[in-house]
Design a protein around this ligand. Structure first.
Ligand code: IMP
Length: 189
């Protein structure tokens, strides 16, 4: 079975590919000749995931799924949330976003946060949503070089390694995207 994963993020593509059973052939956006910057203009994580699958379905007519993820920090009213990618403004990247978050939390004692992933699936004419949540805390300094995005400052609950210190396999097992993916896979099994 062929499924498009609507992402340009190679890290995410690899992470998801490692979770899939071998009967599913995962196809990337570049595999289908899509190099567009798919608009993510919704004001919820779920809304953005739905926008991405609708775009691929409409333009390419292919079954597909897309994920959207946000980091929700309790003491910041769940910011950056849906704005996680652009948190530090135009030209934002992982390091500028991390620095902004650490600056904004410099005086904050409550460091509780969670990653939330929503996967939207458009398959056989039906749309479904799958959610995965990983609770943790935001450290005051970066640790580790693996992973991407906010991984170096996110310590999952019950662990003493940040996402950026763990193997991809361990991150996938306990992580938000892995949990949402498990639900997606259960749908196909
Ligand atoms: P997107 O939904 O993949 O576009 O991600 C939104 C933002 O959250 C981007 O800044 C990503 O770098 C960040 N992000 C998404 N997934 C993860 C993750 O697993 N770890 C750390 N940061 C992530």
């Amino acid at each position: 079975m062929k499924l498009v994963f609507a992402t340009h993020n190679l890290n995410k593509f690899k992470e998801v590919q490692s979770l899939l059973p071998s009967n599913i052939e995962l196809v990337s956006l570049s595999d289908i000749g899509c190099y567009d910057d798919i608009p993510e203009t919704a004001d919820t994580i779920q809304g953005n995931a739905l926008l991405k699958v609708a775009y691929v379905k409409e333009k390419y007519g292919l079954d597909c799924f897309a994920d959207d993820t946000g980091l929700e920090v309790r003491s910041l009213n769940n910011a950056p949330g849906v704005y996680s990618a652009r948190y530090s403004g135009p030209g934002a990247n992982a390091q500028s976003n991390i620095h902004k978050l650490l600056d904004n939390m410099s005086d904050i004692k409550d460091r509780a946060a969670r990653f939330k992933t929503v996967i939207a699936l458009d398959y056989n004419g039906k749309q479904l949503l799958f959610e995965g949540i990983c609770p943790g805390t935001i450290l005051s300094q970066q640790r580790g070089t693996k992973g991407f995005g906010y991984d170096p400052i996110f310590l999952p609950n019950g662990k003493n390694q940040t996402f950026a210190e763990m193997s991809l396999q361990e991150k996938s097992t306990i992580g938000h995207r892995g949990k949402a993916m498990q639900k997606l896979m259960a749908h196909f099994s």
